[in-house]
Design a protein around this ligand. Structure first.
Ligand code: GLP
Length: 242
């Protein structure tokens, strides 16, 4: 794993932008695996700024997202589809039909997971962006998800529900279940870029980089990826051996 430690969130976002824009400029038809959460917002803002100022085009780019809450419609302002449109997709020239995310309203969940696995195998990702949960989850793969798992529906842990409740009016409004790519799908991307910020991620980052490779800490599987970059700000990297 290549590790870049930055002094703050601004520098982290700039470094992440350099990695991402390199992929887009090298391949106008790139497939970008995208992520939600507060961590990638700075990166998305820089992509938009660059699109506006420098004209970098996404007209041939395809995007696939990691996960989506079960039971929320794309119009719900807490859905991940809504988040992606607001922070990135509606602000660049990517074609809406080239942006993929699980359908949170799918009635037949098994069929939806199979459909999404099919999308992922048709669109091999040039890069997959990731955040990390304080318990080491990636996408919504909670601790003890088998590494071979593909797209599936998960029951979110109390910890994740609590963390994500800051985006909702009330903790009771946080959906209890979500569709998510599995660790196997994530590992299939050619390149992985994981961003971690803040001291509450430090323990998970330490485990991911220096701990055993174990489903108990889902992000630890990334040690096995041939081209994985971790960009962490100083607080998130604070428990790493110097
Ligand atoms: C959610 C998302 C994850 C994300 C995590 C961390 O659980 N499903 O993909 O990495 O939150 O979010 P944040 O970046 O806000 O800390």
């Amino acid at each position: 794993m290549k590790i870049i430690i930055t002094k703050d969130y601004e520098e982290l976002s700039r470094k992440a932008f350099e990695v991402m824009i390199d992929v887009v400029r090298n391949n106008p038809n790139a497939v970008l695996g995208l992520a939600t959460g507060s961590t990638p917002i700075g990166l998305y803002d820089l992509m938009v700024e660059d699109h506006v100022k420098n004209g970098t085009s996404y007209a041939g780019v395809r995007t696939v997202n990691l996960d989506e809450y079960a039971g929320l419609s794309p119009q719900n302002d807490q859905s991940y589809r809504y988040f992606m449109k607001k922070h990135l997709l509606d602000r660049i020239d990517v074609l809406p039909e080239n942006t993929y995310i699980e359908n949170g309203l799918a009635k037949d969940e098994a069929a939806e997971c199979a459909r999404y696995n099919d999308v992922l195998s048709r669109l091999p990702r040039d890069i997959q962006l990731l955040g990390i949960g304080a318990n080491g989850h990636i996408a919504f793969n909670e601790p003890n998800t088998p590494f071979e798992t593909q797209t599936h529906v998960v029951a979110l842990t109390e910890n994740t529900i609590k963390m994500n409740s800051r985006f909702f009016k009330d903790e009771n409004e946080v959906p209890r279940r979500a569709f998510t790519m599995g660790p196997k799908n994530i590992m299939d991307a050619k390149k992985i870029l994981l961003l971690a910020t803040g001291a509450n991620k430090a323990e998970a980052v330490r485990g991911m980089v220096e701990g055993d490779i174990t489903p108990a800490l889902p992000a630890s599987i990334l040690q096995r990826h041939a081209d994985c970059i971790l960009i962490a700000d100083a607080p998130a990297a604070s428990l790493l051996k110097k």
